[in-house]
Design a protein around this ligand. Structure first.
Ligand SMILES: Nc1ncnc2c1ncn2[C@@H]1O[C@H](COP(=O)(O)OP(=O)(O)OP(=O)(O)O)[C@@H](O)[C@H]1O
Ligand SMILES: [Mg+2]
Length: 298
């Protein structure tokens, strides 16, 4: 059914203006997983710190909009919440946090609805605010929620590169297969990379990656790239408990060294082509998808 005329005009105007000031080289990478608790937030934040140590400017978006994660993990104290931004009382700049290693973080806020539940004006405001900030950075890393819910799909299909975090457990592999299936068949996503986290050794990591790719490449005809593995390391849990970032506070730990190697690989292997790269594409895509959902439900 037709959208309300007023809403459409705003939407079209916004679509035109979005991305105008964008820095074409900003790489937008989502860090995601089929199964929860496999290490997305740990990977996204420490990968960000490792990229920053290579001289890159990095912004992390905590896209689990209803459940704050990254700021709690890093013991940061948000000066305001996305609620304040949505109400218009604060700009996103006011709630932007500086994290370890000089990374920037857009914190989520407990209690904010998921993106698909926001009203269209709220979505526009939020996306416009994120975009205004994100173009200043070399990387925008998105720490998504787990699973195959709407917000996970929005962020993953709008990002140019999707990094799936898996561990060796069968449920992690089957849930990630399901995620890749929906993203590739429904959203046409073709660029997937994998980080195997929290495993004993390289052999276990390689076996988990092989199991996943055998099924994915056979049934979905999608290529999956291996980014590397992160060992199960007691220092990770210690850091979580102390709200520290392992890559900043224990850079010589086994997990930090692995994450540093993954960061180098990410920095070296830019995705082919520019069709889906850059902020402009990301925000247009995100906005079009979220508004499509709204039109369809009218
Ligand atoms: N390499 C590792 N070594 C040891 N423990 C780890 C490792 N990676 C993650 N963990 C443990 O797993 C927990 C969950 O990690 P994290 O919060 O990053 O998962 P997540 O995928 O973001 O979870 P959610 O789906 O709830 O957002 C951490 O608190 C930590 O204790
Ligand atoms: Mg998380």
């Amino acid at each position: 059914m037709e959208q309300a005329p007023g809403t459409r005009i705003t939407m079209e105007k916004q679509l035109k203006s979005l991305g105008k000031a964008s820095r074409a080289v900003t790489r937008v990478i989502s860090v995601t997983s089929g199964k929860g608790g496999v290490g997305k937030t740990h990977t996204a934040t420490n990968l960000a710190i490792s990229l920053a140590s290579l001289g890159c400017s990095v912004l992390v978006l905590d896209a689990d909009l209803g459940l704050a994660n990254v700021d709690v993990l890093l013991n940061l104290k948000p000066q305001g919440t996305l609620h304040d931004v949505l109400k218009g009382s604060l700009r996103l700049d006011d709630i932007l946090l500086e994290g370890p290693g000089g990374i920037s973080i857009i914190p989520a806020a407990s209690g904010v609805e998921e993106l698909h539940e926001l009203r269209s004006e709220e979505k526009l405001l939020l996306l416009e605010e994120i975009e205004r900030i994100a173009y200043r950075y070399d990387y925008l890393l998105i720490d998504t929620p787990a699973g195959i819910g709407s917000d996970v799909m929005y962020f993953n299909s709008a990002a140019a590169e999707v990094v799936c975090v898996i561990n060796g457990e069968p449920t992690s592999l089957t849930d990630t297969y399901a995620l890749i299936k929906v993203l590739s068949t429904t959203y046409g996503e073709k660029n997937f990379s994998v980080v195997v986290n929290n495993v004993a050794d390289e052999t276990e990591a390689a076996a988990a990656f092989r199991k996943l790719t055998r099924t994915v490449e056979r049934f979905l005809k999608v290529k999956v790239r291996y980014l590397g593995w992160v060992p199960a390391d007691g220092t990770v849990r210690e850091c979580v408990m102390r709200q520290q970032a392992i890559s900043a506070d224990f850079p010589s730990s086994k997990a930090s060294l692995s994450l540093a190697a993954i960061a180098r690989k990410v920095a070296e292997q830019k995705p082919e082509g520019t069709v889906k790269g850059g902020m402009q594409f990301f925000f247009r895509q995100l906005l079009e998808m979220t508004s499509y959902g709204e039109e369809a439900s009218c």
